[in-house]
Write a protein that binds this ligand. Sequence first.
Ligand code: NAD
Ligand code: UDP
Length: 323
Amino acid sequence: MKQLRILVTGGAGFIGSHLCERLIADGHEVICLDNFFTGRRANVEHLMDHRRFELVRHDVTEPIMFEVDRIYNLACPASPVHYQYNPVKTVKTNVIGAINMLGLAKRVKARILQASTSEVYGDPMEHPQTESYWGNVNPIGLRSCYDEGKRVAETLVMDYHRQNRVDARIMRIFNTYGERMLEDDGRVVSNFIVQALHGRPLTIYGDGSQTRSFCYVSDLVEAMIRLMDCEAEDVHMPVNVGNPGEFTMLELAREVGLAAGVEVKIDHRELPADDPKQRRPDITRAKELLGWEPAVPLAEGLKRTVKYFRDLIDRPGSVTAQA
Ligand code: NAD
Ligand code: UDP
């Protein structure tokens, strides 16, 4: 395969670090760009000595110029706890960041993949969600900086494509989990695992009947590579990527208990505002376009993630989950 120069923004984050690792393994040259808001140098430490890997500290809200063939634009905090910490900054990262990266793609004629989210469907009235569904999003709520930010990013991708012929792709990522999530990330899988390993009750927000569909990170990265490589005519239209296995938070708590080998207790907390009641991807398009479907079932992915957190917690100086 031809060696390409690839820019990964948000490359020191959870998904980005796995993507960088895979691209290096595939023989490419990788520039990992990150402002280290939720990303960590430690996530890419093992790649630092590689001659085809470069780490650049930079904020995507500021323009930057690289001669690259491809851009994966992942920069943006993904956990509600982190994206709500500075919501104005989250909007800037999504909107100005997308403008900067699309502008770069236009200038150097790079192909670009924009990481979007299932959150563009909001609290969905259609279930499971297909790409043709326009969503049910509160434009002025606490999640809007992220949901609407990503929706504008999608708009920008389509306009740069139509107006400037930028070769762009949009991936709507559904809840993804795995090694290198932060211990204090605040998302449900890492919270539950860290709580279970500390012998604390699992914090379920609301009655725990809300559902999510959880995709293991290696499955997601495989789909990203395939979407970037895809040459199909309608590749510019959004693609859902996630695992269609759907679980209530109560079921997830049980699965985490099994994976961690502990009996879990539950601590019900208040449900955050605008928390979507259900979410499951229809992945027909990903199957047809990319020949992709997830390979790692929840029980297996959780086992691997539990092992990661167990090793991390056993290390001195570890922090504990948001709860
Ligand atoms: P993450 O928070 O671990 O990674 C995001 C990375 O972006 C971090 O390294 C962070 O430091 C960096 N970053 C944030 N703002 C930046 C800025 N202004 N400039 C440069 N770097 C910046 O989250 P993740 O789970 O790895 O998510 C990666 C991408 O995938 C995000 O765009 C997210 O919206 C999207 N996504 C993730 C999920 C999921 O379940 N993990 C679901 C849907 C969409
Ligand atoms: N959640 C929970 N306990 C936690 C963290 C989250 O019950 O400790 C719930 C949350 O209310 C939501 C679901 O788990 O219904 C998924 O939350 P997460 O933040 O992981 O992702 P998102 O809501 O963005 O899909």
